[in-house]
Write a new protein. Structure first.
Length: 112
């Protein structure tokens, strides 16, 4: 979606999806809203994280999607913040937009 369709960048995710059961499904699952904030500009990663946090106000799941070639320390910080705030982190190859090679970063729980 993007482009501030809902009034501001803090209310308009780049990707918006809905999971819902079909009428023909025997077992009905609850409706689930899933959103993602995608950033190509690596200088705006903290802003993107803030946006992904804001989307949790209306979505069941929120994801932050950033380039693989972001600074490793930035990805490490974002990874830790995403775990704390319950946001999924996805990396992609921004150099090849036709084949972005999305990679979901697995959740790493803190060791005792």
């Amino acid at each position: 979606m993007g482009g501030s369709r809902f009034g501001s960048k803090w209310g308009t995710p780049d990707v918006f999806g809905i999971f819902k059961s079909r009428e023909s499904d025997i077992v009905k699952t609850p409706l689930e809203v899933v959103v993602a904030e995608v950033k190509i500009d690596t200088s705006q990663l903290i802003t993107a994280f803030g946006q992904a946090c804001a989307y949790k106000l209306f979505a069941h799941r929120s994801y932050l999607v950033v380039p693989h070639d972001s600074q490793p320390e930035d990805i490490g910080r974002l990874d830790a913040l995403c775990v704390i705030f319950g946001i999924g982190l996805i990396l992609f190859d921004s150099a090849t937009p036709q084949v972005p090679d999305f990679e979901i970063v697995p959740i790493r729980l803190p060791q005792p």
